[in-house]
Design a protein around this ligand. Structure first.
Ligand code: FAD
Length: 598
């Protein structure tokens, strides 16, 4: 038996490698968090020909990012694996701040504790879990999808070539070439796709070295199972991130600044330096490292790409996109790496699917760069400030110009809680985000922000659930109709036009007083080959509270129609009888649903 003729390939050599397809609608390059989110989203549309190419020989096993913000867990719910991730992960509930002991600055002392996430910000927790396990979930989702999509490993993209008006040709180190209608570079900070576009990451040089290690250790440091921010007087700063499983802990250690053009690979920094530095920062506590599961020293700078998309004609419809670290890099301090990357891809995925399936006009694709570059810019600005505060030594006196008072750091960290939880993103008005025609009808569903879920009760079976969790990652627009007391407005909405969106109604009163058969047919549609009734369209406020109308500021007299994009962001709020306006809004980006009207 002969094998490895075309280079080493791990795994069972009896399983033949699948060749890359030669023609696809979408080629995704890179299977990090961004590439996997995008591929998973596209995999629900079997009519799209999608390939995912990854340079590494197989799936990730260990390491890299581990923080999963509340908003990202909300997004995972749409893919159906939030609960699995929550079961396995560490939950960040509180953060503890340590600073030098004023009586003996060689020792650290606990300074304060705060809640990690402001109450009510999200129904989902802030989690810590190995990035590789998130990858596994996406891989599972793709493998189970109608497309049965799997990555092609061991394929390094070498270059891209524009066809004049036709597909883009992508060449790989295996000698294979793929002609793709659209190419998306999710290929990380050193993106070849970005390079092929002639774009650069612009910003600060990658001059800060970071050490990270996942360790099993015995220690008397009392907060080893809390997220802890530790500022020592002279030994540097440390971030303690407890990990899943009750024992593993991640330590982030800020190392020395690198000289201009110096790379971490050129330094002699190693694991022993990390362990020794962590031990010194934690003094007087002991840290006895028993096993190191993963470690890395890497350099980072806050950098951003000017454009997130490209086309042969700069003003034409984009045919190449970049997402995730290919567009922006920043420090790991606020745990945003994986989060912002998956949300880039979630923003792009439904738009690509809608345009390629003829559900929207091609101009929709321009909104990806416009929306996500603004988010990335905010992230870079935030991270620059946080990084500077984290790295600065503790203030020695009120006049010390270089130092930062750990209390100020804590205050900034707290203030930015909505941002780090991922719920502060508000997309600007555009063809897919209305300029807020009737925001006052539902003040808690702020246009442009993500749909803030709330507890409700399903009328057909009396089951309490979260309203936001009815949204799946299926590329569909949803209209949540909050009914007026006599339902006259709701009935006009239902009668006027199906609009081709997924309509849900939230009624007032008790579910015991509602007969489903009396409701408009649009709220109990016949579905599938057998014409079975969909019983899952109608809800009331959860009697166990809190009441969704109160919680989200919905006008009880007039009700409200809340239109939500496939990526769960609120597109607009209208009065219930504004069907013509909602239809005009959807027409504005050429919307026509091929997803079925139900
Ligand atoms: P990546 O996760 O970088 O994925 C890019 C993928 O593309 C990789 O699988 C890569 O193999 C593949 N690829 C690259 N070039 C090609 C090519 N030419 N052809 C085909 N495939 C290609 N973030 C944190 O929050 N905390 C951390 O501790 C942390 N540590 C990190 C340590 C290291 C060594 C690195 C590299 C990153 C770290 N990050 C960390 C950053 C975090 O992992 C990223 O922000 C996040 O993974 C971004 O996701 P992404 O999908 O955009 O890119």
């Amino acid at each position: 038996m002969q094998f490895h003729r075309d280079g080493f390939r791990p795994g069972d050599p009896r399983i033949a490698d699948r060749p890359l397809p030669t023609d696809v609608d979408v080629l995704v390059v890179g299977s990090g968090p961004a590439g996997l989110t995008l591929a998973a989203q596209l995999s629900v549309f079997p009519e799209l020909r999608v390939a995912l190419a990854e340079a590494k020989p197989g799936p990730m096993q260990l390491g890299q990012a581990d923080g999963i913000a509340c908003r990202t867990v909300e997004m995972f719910e749409a893919f159906g694996f939030a609960r699995d991730v929550m079961d396995e992960a560490y939950w960040v509930n509180e953060v503890v701040f340590w600073k030098p002991d004023p009586d003996d600055p060689r020792r650290i002392r606990r300074n304060d504790r705060i809640l990690d996430v402001e109450p009510g910000l999200s129904e989902m927790p802030h989690l810590i879990l190995n990035q590789a396990r998130i990858h596994d979930r996406f891989l599972e989702f793709m493998a189970n999808s109608q497309s049965r999509l799997e990555p092609h490993y061991g394929r390094r993209l070498v270059d891209l070539e524009w066809g004049d008006d036709g597909p883009v040709t992508a060449r790989f180190d295996t000698g294979e070439a793929v002609r793709a209608g659209v190419v998306v570079g999710c290929d990380g900070a050193r993106s070849q796709v970005r390079r092929s576009l002639g774009y650069e990451l612009v910003g600060d040089a990658a001059n800060q070295a970071w050490g990270v290690m996942d360790v099993l250790a015995v220690t008397d440091f009392p907060d080893i199972r809390y997220k802890a921010v530790i500022h020592s007087a002279d030994e540097g700063n440390l971030l303690v991130i407890p990990r899943e499983g009750g024992h593993l802990v991640r330590l982030y250690i800020e190392l020395d600044e690198l000289a201009a053009d110096q790379r971490v690979a050129d330094t002699s920094l190693g694991l022993d330096d990390l362990i020794a530095t962590a031990g010194r920062i934690l003094a007087p506590f002991e840290l006895d490292v028993k096993e190191v599961a993963w470690w890395s020293i890497y350099e980072i700078g806050q950098r951003l790409c000017d454009r997130f998309d490209g086309a042969p004609d700069p003003d034409g419809v984009p045919r190449v996109f970049i997402a995730g670290d290919a567009c922006h890099t920043h420090s790991p301090k606020a745990g945003q790496g994986m989060n912002v990357s998956v949300r880039d891809a979630f923003n792009l995925g439904w738009k690509l699917a809608a345009v390629l399936r003829g559900e929207a006009g091609p101009d929709l694709l321009h909104t990806y760069g416009a929306e996500r570059r603004a988010v990335a810019q905010e992230l870079i600005d935030f991270d620059r400030r946080l990084a500077a505060m984290f790295s600065a030594p503790p203030k020695t006196s009120p006049d010390d110009p270089d130092g930062v008072d750990p209390a100020d750091f804590q205050a900034y960290f707290q203030q930015q809680g909505r941002f780090t939880a991922g719920v502060a993103t508000r997309y600007e008005p555009s063809t897919i985000t209305a300029a807020g025609p009737a925001q006052e009808l539902a003040t808690g569903f702020e246009v442009g922000t993500r749909f803030h879920s709330a507890p409700v009760l399903r009328v057909a079976d009396g089951r309490p659930l979260h309203l936001g969790h009815v949204a799946r990652a299926d590329g569909r627009w949803r209209l949540y109709a909050f009914a007026d007391p006599d339902r006259a407005g709701l009935e006009r909405l239902c009668a006027a036009a199906p609009l081709g969106v997924d309509l849900r109604a939230i009624l007032q009163g008790s579910h015991h007083d509602i007969e489903l058969g009396d409701l408009p047919a649009a709220l109990r549609p016949a579905t599938g080959r057998l014409g079975l009734i969909d019983y899952e369209k109608v809800f009331v406020a959860d009697p166990a509270g809190p009441d969704v109308f109160d919680l989200r500021g919905v006008d009880r007299e007039r009700g409200a129609a809340v239109l939500v994009r496939p990526d769960q962001h609120v597109a607009g709020v209208w009065p219930l009888d504004a069907v013509a306006e909602i239809a005009a809004f959807l027409d504005g980006f050429g919307y026509s649903s091929s997803n079925g009207a139900a």
